[in-house]
Design a protein around this ligand. Structure first.
Ligand SMILES: [Zn+2]
Length: 217
């Protein structure tokens, strides 16, 4: 439920919420990046109680800010989400450091492992804090806020949108040796493009998830 213009603090009473885990400054920094708001404004609106996120959307034009919209999607969803940013220890962590788990029938991802889905949650996004993310196609480091924003958008598309990561029979385009398929990854990119067009974010869109090199610090 959302009423535009009304200052409502979203702590969903039925227990379907957005939870966070990890250092509170790191976590709120990533959510602040996603919101596109100034740090000052973000702080007046964001709250966290034992990792349970509340946010006052009152007076904000959520429809013209895709990051805020995603935050609202995650908080008001009937699904339970966990967003965690913590050090990872496994040097061969790979997908462990950037992972999204949605409880999906017919899950097609190569990295699917629903056993790793934290109990009580429908969707989990983990971003390793001691990891450097580099887009090898463009040779650029990708910020953890950007990684988190993509991961959360994709996880939402998978968990609430019930999309597979990609549908191999639904090709949207080919760029070089990368084929873009309809699916949750593409939906996340779409939201990233929209956000950039709205004037938020770095413009670094993660087209090539398998070319993201993840190095433990
Ligand atoms: Zn993706």
């Amino acid at each position: 439920m959302f009423v535009a213009g009304n200052p409502i603090l979203y702590v969903d009473p039925d227990g379907k919420e957005l939870h966070t885990k990890g250092d509170s400054t790191t976590v709120s920094g990533a959510i602040s990046y996603m919101s596109g708001l100034s740090e000052k404004e973000f702080r007046t609106r964001y709250s966290s109680s034992n990792g349970r996120v509340g946010f006052n959307f009152g007076g904000l034009d959520v429809e013209s800010n895709e990051g805020l919209k995603l935050l609202r999607d995650l908080i008001t969803s009937e699904k339970r989400y966990l967003f965690q940013m913590e050090d990872v220890t496994d040097p061969a962590a790979g997908e462990e450091v950037l992972s999204e788990y949605g409880r999906m029938p017919g899950d097609d991802r190569p990295d699917k492992d629903l056993n790793r889905l934290a109990p009580g949650y429908n969707g989990v996004v983990s971003v390793g804090t001691n990891v450097t993310f580099v887009d090898e196609v463009r040779g650029l480091e990708v910020s953890k806020g950007n990684i988190a924003w993509h991961g959360l958008a994709e996880c939402y598309a998978r968990t609430d949108g019930r999309q597979k990561w990609a549908y191999p029979d639904r090709i949207l385009s080919n760029v070089g040796n990368w084929t873009d398929y309809e699916g949750a990854h593409h939906t996340a990119m779409d939201r990233q493009f929209r956000r950039v067009a709205q004037g938020y974010g770095s413009g670094h869109i993660i087209y090539f998830p398998h070319a993201i090199r993840m190095t433990l610090r």
